[in-house]
Design a protein around this ligand. Structure first.
Ligand code: CAA
Length: 380
């Protein structure tokens, strides 16, 4: 494995870093406060190719690799974790399953809408009674003539309030448990589809996290994604890819928090010297920096395996997501600590980074679920 990014990846990193600092950074506290979905910056990110990073150019994407996607998400999340996850979900949880499991017609119809951000994508797996255990989902889909009729609800769906295209999972054959789950592409204006409660989140506040309701929702049968009964595997494989990006988001938050902590520690004077001269502070910075670098290497390894075409990178993606979320939480916690009382106010970015970090050990499979995934692979 090469530890250097190639020229194309470095150029993308420079472009995204500049955009993130110039455009996303000043807006991050604003959208954290208002919880308003940042449509204008998402449009600009789409113009840079970042809403369809791995999607081939023929479908409107940028045609880059998965490592490039991870690098881009890290740069965005360093300054704005909200934007980081909006981009990650559009790329990995909406465009990717269509690209991988969709037929030609579905790819031609939906991918250009997602890559241009004309429609935002969302992934509807979680339900009020089925979070860590999606195989126990209750939403149903039955075929009637030319349509599937979906009933049920989904909860905690990132992007949902502003999304136009949803990858929805529902039970088509209850007897078969996970083998009876199917995936569908659902458009926002399909009859019987409606939005429910908008969640008021602790962090990543502008992600339009919303409940979805399906009340005899009519979905044309050609919107079945893959085959009937393939839904659970589509969800699991898609999450393997997407967990790399949540790992990248977490690395971004960790690095962003560390940068802020270093800057402040070099500025702040107490007891007659800069606080970075105290060994307690140095120890915290060293630990956060080591965790951040280790997390980045785990993320890069998982992306590298995906780019190499390795079929199962489940363990590596889970390790990357698990460890990077720990790094994000540790780095943002010590960043607040190093800022002292100032860090507990909204005048400093570290307060937001600390709140944003928490979700990373919850969504796309909690840290406990990642440990189950890793240990199952070890003990097979
Ligand atoms: N790739 C392909 N197939 C897979 C797979 C993978 N990574 N993982 C499991 N499978 C297959 C298995 O091989 C098995 O197939 P067979 O029946 O043919 O043998 C089948 O799926 C069932 O596997 P398990 O018995 O392991 O399934 P399980 O019910 O025990 O669940 C689990 C395993 C890992 C705990 C899984 O339920 C899981 O990942 N849970 C967490 C859910 C999650 O991450 N939700 C995130 C929601 S999306 C989100 O959060 C987005 C957001 O907000 C930003």
């Amino acid at each position: 494995m090469d530890f250097e990014l190639n020229e194309e990846q470095r150029m993308l990193q420079d472009t995204v870093r500049k955009f993130a600092n110039d455009v996303l950074k000043p807006k991050a506290p604003e959208i954290d406060k208002s919880a308003e979905f940042p449509h204008d910056t998402i449009k600009k990110l789409a113009e840079l190719g970042l809403m369809g990073v791995v999607v081939p150019e023929e479908y409107g994407g940028a045609g880059f690799d998965f490592l490039s996607l991870a690098v881009a998400i890290e740069e965005i999340s360093k300054v704005c974790a909200t934007t980081g996850v909006i981009v990650a979900v559009n790329n990995s949880l909406a465009a990717y399953p269509i690209l991988t499991f969709g037929n030609e017609e579905q790819k031609k119809r939906y991918l250009p809408l997602l890559t241009s951000a004309e429609k935002i994508g969302a992934f509807a797996l979680t339900e009020p009674n089925a979070g860590s255990d999606p195989a126990s989902m209750e939403a149903t889909a039955r075929l009637e003539g030319d349509h599937y009729i979906i009933n049920g609800s989904k909860r905690f769906i990132t992007n949902a309030g502003e999304a136009g295209i949803f990858i929805v999972f529902a039970v088509t054959d209850k007897e078969k448990r996970h083998k009876g789950i199917s995936a569908f592409i659902v458009e926002r204006d399909f009859p019987g589809f409606s939005l429910g409660k908008h969640e008021d989140l602790m962090g990543i506040r502008a992600t339009a996290n919303c409940e979805l309701n399906f009340d005899d929702c009519k979905v044309p049968k050609e919107n079945l994604l893959g085959e009937e009964g393939q839904g659970f595997k589509i969800a699991m494989h898609t999450l393997d890819v997407s967990r790399i990006d949540i790992g990248a988001q977490a690395v971004g938050v960790a690095q962003g928090a560390l940068d802020e902590a270093i800057r402040y520690a070099k500025e702040r004077t107490q007891f007659g010297k800069k606080i970075c001269e105290f060994e307690f502070i140095q120890g915290m910075l060293a630990e956060a920096a080591t965790m951040t670098d280790a997390a980045r290497l785990l993320v890069y390894r998982a992306a590298y395996l995906k780019d190499k075409g390795v079929e199962r990178f489940t363990r590596e993606a889970a390790m990357a997501k698990y460890f990077a979320s720990e790094a994000a939480i540790y780095a943002s916690r010590i960043a607040v600590q190093i800022h002292g009382g100032y860090g507990y106010t909204k005048d400093y970015a570290v307060e937001r980074l600390y709140r944003d970090a928490k979700i990373m050990e919850i969504y796309e499979g909690t840290s406990e679920i990642q440990k189950i995934v890793i240990s199952r692979q070890l003990l097979r």
